[in-house]
Design a protein around this ligand. Structure first.
Ligand code: C2E
Ligand code: CA
Ligand code: CA
Length: 753
């Protein structure tokens, strides 16, 4: 049933098939019914014809009987004058009799009715071939004998001779009376109907009479029906009725068989009945084609009805099918479209772009709204949804025939077009950005949002959709750096990307191959004494050479390798610095940089405590450096984590302070011990007033919030002194020392402190 539901047409074909079978069996039945009816009708015709013929012949026989009695009275048959008036009298009463004649037992005709008196030489009936047998039979028979039918030219009719012996008192045949029956007058009932009827003589197989009495047909009386044909037919009847000819003749029943006409071999349905008294077969037949014609005419009506019904059912099914398809399509539409914007969704992408045809190139525009997150954060998601709808409407206005627009996620959209010409694509992108940057009016508010677009092209950039998508994403992050602009995944980006994937690939085995190690950069107090060191990771790869940490840390973060790398950094720094402090018998602070990715890992805190325990590190001497972007995600979680660290007396330093977006109000709530002034500000304090006032501000904020302030990137004494004058607590930079390997740090510490 499920299959049928799936494909309603199977059901239709089954119905049609069953219908054809039923129709065939009905036609088959109709055929038999018709055949049966026609057979019955034909057998009735034969029966009626037989009994009519029998009674007609009996009538003539009785006429001959009466004549015979009259002629034997006074032996009047012997003399012309006595016999002729008798014959003439009877002739007058029987208009269907053409003439009477009396013949001697030797065959010589000697008296005729007067209408034949002009005939000069009366024939001897025993001398003529066509009369001899019947005459001879009549001599010895008590029954009227019927002679062979012949055509009389002058009278223009067929004549059937009948003969009967006249016997005297002692029973001796003294004469044979003979008469000619006018066929046209007597057998007019034997007309040409659809069933042909004919009589043939059992004695010599000559035709006695047929219902076809056209002139052209007269010659059939001149020759007998071939004996072989008759015998074959008899055998057929015997076989069909499983009996013998003798019995068929005896029980006088009508028999019917399918056979072929001997003349033209056409198939016929033929019925036979034997008239025993006159030794004649009454036959009727019907051309098979006539039966088939009947069958065809009824069948064609049936077939017509069947076709009609089939067509109705077909349209019904088509309707149902169409309805089903519509439903399916609606479901598919629902599944492949975004409920909010009614644009296509990821499922649509997956289905439509699973396989790509290189003959159908396209460009993928990866569109991302700039700063959309702040709308959601500040105005709520309902508002954000309304805005996205408006964004989608504006995008749709760019759609041409074969373009697809997909809401990929949140505020990310794909615009896929078969335009690949770079100039045109740049044009389209610029226009989209322009349109999306128009002010949005929602309720009482008016916004301006930007959009960035990353573009990659199939098949130019890659042969599969995943890569196309990734490249567009890479181009997008290029564009995002600038915002409100587009970027095509071109050679420069490609190059950079390839380099990155190369780095990523090498980085996978870097830990295993011992290519990663730590360096430490001293941090100095205001009075010039050692405060601590910042642990900085290094990677020396034999293929790629030295890779800067700000390059590979990002890659490690984006490729899921930061967790392992971070664990290594923590363990290695704790272990090395603990050993050094042990060896030199001095205590100083250790600062470890912690990536956001590490910081939000599930067991970060627990693992840190385990490591501290394991390497026997003094917790008070540990600082974790985090950047402002750890507060972007889940502030509550981070704050609780920072509080836990504080309870453990582990310090937290806010790195790169001033470059991000932290608000002062947020900073107040955070349990942070140290602010790190970013190197970029320190670089410029001597030449740029803005930088100087920024540094001034940072220091005063730090002081107000009871935090220690550290300046990094201090390269000159002037910078150091200026910072110190503004109240900075700690210093780090090349002026004091570059980051040092463990051994060099040992030397440095031994020398200086
Ligand atoms: P950062 O945490 O701000 O580190 C300070 C960077 O400034 C270090 O570069 C350091 O060598 C450099 N520096 C310090 N004083 C001076 C100076 O006087 N002049 C100049 N020109 N540079 C100075 P480095 O080691 O290349 O690290 C770059 C960034 O890589 C770091 O910035 C940090 O964000 C990241 N990083 C380095 N090591 C680690 C690590 O172990 N873990 C994590 N998560 N990130 C690390
Ligand atoms: Ca740092
Ligand atoms: Ca920094």
């Amino acid at each position: 049933m499920a299959i049928l539901k799936k494909n309603i047409w199977s059901l239709f074909y089954i119905i049609a098939f069953v219908g054809v079978i039923i129709l065939s069996s009905i036609v088959y039945k109709v055929f038999f019914q018709i055949e049966k009816e026609l057979q019955l009708e034909q057998e009735n015709i034969v029966k009626v014809t037989s009994s009519s013929l029998n009674s007609i012949f009996l009538q003539y026989e009785s006429v001959l009987d009466i004549l015979g009695i009259q002629l034997t009275l006074d032996n009047s048959y012997q003399t012309l004058n006595k016999a002729r008036p008798i014959l003439d009298n009877v002739l007058k009463l029987n208009s269907s009799i053409i003439a009477f004649g009396l013949a001697k037992p030797n065959g010589q005709l000697y008296i005729t009715s007067s209408n034949l008196k002009n005939i000069k030489k009366l024939p001897n009936l025993l001398n003529k071939e066509e009369t001899r047998d019947s005459f001879a039979l009549a001599l010895n028979s008590d029954i009227m004998v019927i002679g062979r039918t012949y055509y009389h030219k002058t009278l223009d009719t067929l004549i059937i001779p009948i003969r009967k012996a006249i016997r005297n008192n002692t029973g001796e045949t003294v004469a044979v009376m003979t008469a000619g029956i006018h066929v046209n007058k007597t057998f007019s009932f034997l007309k040409n109907t659809k069933n042909e009827v004919f009589l043939f003589r059992n004695l010599d197989y000559y035709y006695q009479l047929t219902s076809q009495r056209t002139k052209s047909n007269l010659s059939i009386y001149d020759n007998p029906i071939p004996k072989t044909y008759i015998e074959a037919t008899i055998r057929k009847i015997e076989k069909k009725y499983n009996t013998t000819l003798k019995k068929i003749k005896e029980n006088k029943k009508v028999t019917t068989i399918m056979t072929n006409r001997y003349k033209n071999k056409s198939e016929i349905l033929e019925s036979f009945q034997y008239l025993e008294r006159y030794d004649i077969w009454v036959v009727s037949y019907l051309p098979y084609t006539l039966i088939m014609k009947n069958v065809y005419s009824i069948s064609s009506v049936l077939v017509l009805i069947f076709i009609l019904v089939s067509i109705i059912i077909y349209y019904l099914f088509r309707y149902i099918d169409g309805y089903e398809k519509q439903k399916q399509e609606a479901l598919y539409h629902q599944a492949t479209h975004d409920y909010l914007t009614n644009l296509s969704n990821r499922l649509y992408l997956k289905n439509e772009f699973r396989t790509l045809d290189s003959n159908k190139p396209f460009s993928l525009l990866f569109i991302d709204m700039d700063n959309f997150k702040s709308v959601n954060d500040n105005f709520g998601h309902d508002f954000g949804d309304k805005l996205l709808k408006e964004v989608s409407n504006r995008l749709v206005s760019f759609r041409k025939d074969n373009d697809s627009i997909v809401r990929y996620s949140g505020d990310e959209f794909f615009f896929i077009t078969n335009v690949t010409d770079k100039v045109k694509i740049k044009d389209i992108s610029a226009n989209i950005i322009k349109e999306l940057s128009q002010p949005y009016h929602l309720g009482q508010y008016q916004f301006r949002l930007g959009a960035s677009i990353g573009i990659s092209q199939f098949p130019e950039d890659a042969d599969n959709f995943d890569d196309i998508k990734r490249y567009a994403d890479i181009a997008l992050s290029e564009a995002k750096k600038e915002k409100n602009t587009y970027s095509i995944f071109e050679d420069s980006i490609k190059h950079k990307y390839l380099k990155q994937s190369l780095i990523e690939n090498e980085l996978k085995n870097a830990l295993e191959n011992n290519e990663i190690y730590m360096m430490y950069q001293p941090q100095i107090n205001r009075n010039g004494t050692l405060y601590g060191v910042e642990a900085l990771v290094r990677w020396d790869n034999n293929k790629l050479g030295f890779i800067a940490p700000d390059v590979f840390i990002g890659i490690a973060e984006n490729s899921g390798m930061m967790g392992d790398l971070g664990k290594f950094i923590i363990k290695e720094s704790l272990s090395e610095i603990q050993k050094l402090q042990q060896k030199l018998q001095i205590n100083f602070q250790l600062s470890i940089n912690i990536s956001v990715k590490q910081f939000i890992e599930k067991d970060f805190y627990e693992n840190l405590l385990i490591d501290i325990e394991k390497y026997d590190f003094d917790k008070i001497k540990l600082t974790l450096e985090v950047t402002e972007n750890v507060f972007i995600d889940d502030v509550d979680f981070i704050v609780s984590l920072l509080n836990k660290l504080k309870q453990q007396d582990i310090k937290v330093s806010l790195d790169d302070f001033g470059t991000g977006y932290s608000s002062l109000s947020l900073l107040k709530q955070l349990p942070i011990d140290e602010l790190k002034i970013d190197k970029t500000f320190v670089d410029d304090i001597l030449i740029d007033d803005d930088s100087l006032s920024m540094v001034e501000n940072i220091i005063s904020i730090g002081k107000r919030l009871n935090m220690v302030v550290l300046a990094e990137g201090v390269e000159t004494i002037e910078q150091k002194e200026l910072l110190q004058n503004y109240g900075c607590d700690l210093f780090q930079g090349y002026y004091f020392s570059k980051p040092l390997k463990k051994e060099d740090l040992e030397v440095y510490l031994g020398k200086k402190f």
